[in-house]
Ligand binder design. Structure first.
Ligand code: AMP
Length: 612
């Protein structure tokens, strides 16, 4: 049973104004001294870890200055440290990457070989994450006053966790944070006053967690001043949940009892502290939810909401129209940019348009470097970054304060928990500066072509999955002439669509079940994060194959060339986003098929399951 949170009463001497002022001054100070702080951060990381195996093996030899570090240490990707990570996972507790004990693994939504990447972390990183969170609301309070007078309705969830063979826990970074005392026992702070009791957030059953959080949010609807989730997709999922379950929720509010499907005792107890029979509120919710249109449902049900706090930068921008619809155009606020490897930065101008969001990197979080990126212009507008870097390229990395306005870079981090010159895989563009600290637009994640929720599918994975699926066509003497893909978020949950153009040589018609098998085979071949989204979180809908008329991909090429693509260099894009191209493809669809069931998915890592 989760621990009860400590009593979080307002201390007599609590002074919010002063606290906010101090935090804003802290931001002034760290951004003004960005370079000095970065030098110190690197020095501290390298001196503490001077004797770890990884640094010794590369011959850094206890040096802690930037020049030696940059000339000796290679710029790496996950694959380069995977053998070290595996040793730690298997129980080797010697100082391999970091001098401090590894407290757990954070499972990134980025994958390697189909499995989640494992990021070793140390206990003190929780403090750095808390620090970044603590900056968000003082910043926000400059733009929206009075947020301390009510509550935030945030849909927050934990996910399943596994144990490595060596006994360390492996779980997503937010699960780790919500289960930590930094979150559970947070001291009084009017800005972390949420409608969801901790027990509802910490409930491992995603249905019960969502149901109880929604119920508490509805009961306290007048107090809610802001709503949100981590990513836009999660918030829309909550609204869809309400669409499906509002009758049960209203019944609970009317009677002051909780639906019997909520079996978790600690959740029931926590909800009962909030839930009181309220037939008037139930009538109101029922009246709003049974209207034909759900436009503006957020402002209707939670009338004091000032903004929607969700990340809509990067691939999540596909959800902006849906959020605008449900919220009647409330500001969409992206407050922070973070990852399992490290929390990076905050948005200092949170009421700006989503397309203009920029994140100021916090120079005390890690040591940051930037690899200049060249963009390949053309239809796919793809980003070209070399997979491994030669010596000259490694020298081209620039420091935080030396990035140039308008230039795009791939982010490279050196962290307190033992990543050295690690390529995060995100491409950022310099949008401006806060004092000496640059502010970055998030451009994209390198190589990712498809994403609905936290899944990230790259071109190679997609190619491999498609190759497996087309085997089903062999008995029919049919081959795949061309294909492309599209992340369709007009459905909720969104789903992957593949457009297939076939070459048919045989005479036997291909039965629908064969295409359905193709859909399922693709899903089975995709990475664990995709399959978890399908099976466990239900955040991704069944994959669809749309068969298009023959000649469609020629038309696509004609269209791209009419837009200025070079005929010699034209390659079929393996993913399309541009609306006219999607329309062109859709106008030539002859039949559609969906995956008939969920692919297989197991928590934990493939290798660990085999060792059981
Ligand atoms: P994970 O390691 O699973 O926590 O995923 C971290 C990744 O999510 C980052 O490297 C980004 O690609 C993406 N991400 C996190 N925050 C943002 C943001 N504010 N805007 C766009 N993408 C983000």
């Amino acid at each position: 049973m989760p621990e009860a949170p400590k009593i979080t009463k307002k201390p007599a001497d609590y002074n919010l104004e002063l606290k906010n002022k101090r935090t804003l001054q802290f931001i002034e100070d760290i951004t003004s001294n960005a370079d000095e702080l970065q030098k110190n951060v690197l020095g501290e990381i390298l001196s503490r870890n001077a004797h770890v195996e990884y640094l010794q093996m590369h011959g850094l030899n206890h040096r802690t200055d930037r020049e030696s570090f940059k000339s000796i240490m290679p710029v790496i990707t996950y694959e380069d440290i995977q053998p070290y990570v595996e040793r730690i996972a298997n129980g080797d507790t010697s100082p391999i990457l970091c001098s401090k004990p590894i407290s757990e693994f954070l499972t990134s939504s980025g994958t390697s070989g189909g499995e989640r990447k494992l990021m070793p972390t140390i206990e003190e990183e929780l403090g750095r994450r808390s620090l970044l969170y603590s900056l968000l609301m003082p910043v926000m309070s400059q733009f929206v006053p009075g947020l301390d007078k009510g509550k935030g309705m945030y849909f927050l969830f934990i996910k399943s966790e596994a144990k490595t063979p060596g006994g360390l826990v492996a779980r997503p970074v937010l699960t780790s944070y919500y289960k930590s005392s930094h979150f559970k026992d947070r001291p009084y702070d009017p800005y972390t006053n949420y409608t969801s009791p901790n027990e509802t957030i910490l409930c491992p059953d995603s249905y019960q967690s969502m149901y109880s959080q929604m119920l508490c949010g509805l009961c306290q609807h007048k107090e809610v001043l802001r709503v949100g989730a981590v990513f836009a997709s999660g918030f829309i999922r909550a609204i869809k949940f309400l669409e499906k379950h509002w009758r049960f929720l209203c019944k609970d509010i009317r009677t002051g009892t909780i639906d019997s499907q909520i079996t978790d005792q600690s959740v029931r107890e926590a909800v009962m502290n909030i839930l009181k029979p309220d037939p008037k509120l139930a009538d109101f919710i029922e009246a709003e939810c049974s209207k034909d249109s759900w436009q503006g449902i957020i402002t209707r049900l939670w009338p004091n909401t000032k903004y929607v706090d969700v990340i809509v930068t990067g691939t999540m921008s596909q959800y902006i129209p849906t959020l605008d619809y449900y919220s009647n155009g409330l500001p969409l606020v992206c407050t922070m940019y973070a990852s399992s490897e490290c929390y990076f930065g905050v948005n200092l101008n949170p009421l700006c348009k989503p397309s203009e969001v920029s994140y100021t990197l916090v120079p005390t979080m890690a040591y940051f470097e930037f690899l200049p990126v060249q963009r390949n212009n053309g239809v796919s507008n793809s980003i070209s970054v070399p997979k491994t870097l030669n010596e000259k390229e490694q020298q081209q990395l620039v420091d935080l304060v030396d990035v140039k306005l308008g230039q795009e870079y791939e982010l490279v981090v050196t962290t307190y928990s033992g990543l050295y010159r690690y390529r995060v895989g995100d491409v950022l563009r310099v949008a401006g500066f806060k004092n000496k600290a640059p502010q970055f637009n998030f451009i994209c994640r390198k190589n990712v072509v498809l994403s609905i929720d936290s899944d990230k599918t790259d071109e190679v994975e997609l190619q491999h999955a498609v190759k497996n699926a087309v085997n089903h066509l062999l008995p029919f003497d049919a081959t795949l002439a061309e294909y492309t893909s599209f992340a369709d978020t007009t459905t909720i949950p969104g789903h992957y669509v593949l457009y297939w153009e076939l070459s048919l040589n045989g005479n036997t018609p291909i039965p629908p079940s064969v295409f359905e098998d193709c859909c399922l085979t693709i899903e089975e071949s995709l990475n664990t994060v995709y399959r978890q989204g399908r099976v466990c979180d239900k955040s991704i809908g069944p994959l669809e194959i749309k068969i298009v008329e023959s000649g469609t991909f020629d038309k696509l090429m004609d269209y791209a060339i009419s837009l200025g693509a070079s005929i010699n260099q034209y390659k079929t894009p393996r993913c399309v986003k541009f609306a006219p191209i999607v329309e062109l493809l859709n106008s030539r669809v002859v039949s559609c098929y969906f995956s008939p069931k969920c692919p297989k998915w197991f928590p934990g890592h493939k290798q660990w399951i085999n060792t059981d």
